[in-house]
Design a protein around this ligand. Sequence first.
Ligand code: BDP
Length: 720
Amino acid sequence: MSRFFAAAFLLLLVVPARAEDGYNLWLRYRPMEASAQAQYRPVATDIVSEGTSPSLDAAKSELTRGLSGLLDKPVSAGAVAEGAVIIGTPASSPLVAGLKLPLTGLGREGYLIRSTSLVGRAVTVIAANSDIGVLYGSFAFLRLIQTRQSVAHLDIASAPRLKLRLLNHWDNLDGTIERGYAGHSIFDWQKMPDYMDPRYTMMARADASVGINGISVNNVSADVWMLSSLYLDKLAALADVLRPYGIRVYVAARFSAPIELGKLKTADPNDPQVQAWWQKEVDGIYRRIPDFGGFVVKANSEGQPGPRDYNRTQAEGANVIADAVAPHGGTVFWRAFVYSEKDPTDRAKQAYNEFKPLDGKFRDNVFVQTKNGAIDFQPREPAHPMFGAMPKTNLALEVQLTKEYLGQTTHLVYLPVLFKEVLDWDTMAKGKGSTVAKVIDGSLEGHDQSAMVGVSNIGDDRNWTGAQFSQADWYGFGRLAWDPDLSADGIAREWLGMTFTNDPAFVNQIVPLMIASREAVVDYMTPLGLHHQFATSHHYGPGPWVSDLSRPEWNPVYYNRADAKGLGFDRTPTGSDATSQYAPPLAKLFAGPNIPDRYLTWFQHVAWDHKMKSGRTLWDEMIAHYDTGIAAVAQMRKTWAAMKPYVDDQRWSQTAAFLAVQQKEAQWWRDACIAYFQTFSHMPMPTGHAPPPHDLAYYEAIYFPNVPGAGPHKPNDPIE
Ligand code: BDP
């Protein structure tokens, strides 16, 4: 026994003091360096919170936890002393009411943080119109300290630009996650409602800290059980946990639920029995969850049922559910990700063709939830042509945080760069400056409603997102949904400071690494407008040669169109004419000779020896891009290697190992794609660029069963 204790003691001694596994995300609240503590201690002596409510209590406990951790001293609820932090709303706090602060423009969720004086004492006040605004303000105040900004003379007012800031979890009820690369679902439905895992609260804190105010809990390819009373009771318990953090729950609904659950003969949205069924179902949900957010619906897409099955429009489908939730203040997110194997039209055009004629036909409480691009979350896509083209419809932007097509768990790709590219994209719908951000925040067309949605990257991995750096995508998504004008650079800086260290020697190296990581993945996977070159079904690794899938638009060859003449999908008026779905100046640009290189083969079929802006041929240019991507990853590895002194062992080592995988796989992508495309171009490798080490057959034979996120290995899949 005593030997056991001796061994345990020894173990304690050798465990590095700074070991961290990432569980606490950006809410670590580790003690600051002594000089910073000295600076901040006088301005955060006590927390004064009058009144009580679940959200106010959450704010108070977050401040207590945060400040006592950061300042390394007990900070408790106290009186109005010098340096106190006073939180509240005019309704909850006579102190706040007495200050007569300008809160009117801040709406329900905005907050104000101000340095002021009260009874002759210098204090900081965090005030809002609602308790949830106070919670958001508290997180913002902590963020200032966590990133070592001055809190001495504050006068900050902040309100979200977008009203609904949602994560869509694609979690199946059996615990697997569609396209999930961070373990299993954190939602342990089997044990709910009796056991509510403390992780739900931790997740809620993280979501609220970046302003996320809704989550849909199940896969969009929806299991009808989610709408059963068995699961709704569980959902109600989850809603209770999330409510104090301002998070409403939503559910992905299966369009055919009236048949499967309701035992009706049809799910035709125009059938009065179907309408009555939705009403009854929805009333039952609101009885359990009075602030239920509403539904996400994937209809007539990838085998899901939908209104088309009854010759009804997408609008008729959406409206029947929207009418049911409207009296309760609920919302329907109707996904625009609709394409059909029976429609020979270019897949990139199908959603626009189907939805654009329905502009103005959707109810006010419907969002048409539109992916950032017209295909599917590729490393780079031009913005979806529907943005700017549906002025009478609420459009929500959907982006994917989980890296289905961006290397999955092990590739470091900082997604806020991609999100910003879309938000800043100028649709030109109403002249210059008609950005996607202005379409979705409602300002371009004067809409009241506004929303942005991210497909979650959260699982039950200890670090939540599978890789440390993928946490930044969750963080950045929330920050951008709150304020699309923030910069990717600034968000990276904040996140690094909160998650690792504010030391400029670290941050000044890693911010550029993160920013460059997005272009790197485009370069080594799909340069110059290539898209959907992924291996079958699981999308892990390259498969540009794949041509045998049942649906033409699931095959990479459908997209690359490589042939003896050249490469790329002709979407100009001589081809599919997808270019004309964009506003005229963009349509002209994309169909013409001045098309930016980055979209070249997305919109045009180009000869292998086509002379690029650089003077190189398309072939040489493409190879240069692949190799630039690999060089960028090599540089990322080198930079990270030098960061060892600034990062705890566990997080440093995992990231270093993942970067090594990324470099290996970047090489694989490059070699496999070149080996394939060379069978068409028959052109030599440009000087200084090595040929792929293997022949094409070698790359074609690479096979991976059981890649996460794509369902189980099927019995008749090949065994190698
Ligand atoms: C694709 C995924 C698929 C999803 C689909 C969707 O491959 O698993 O179900 O998107 O968004 O990216 O519905």
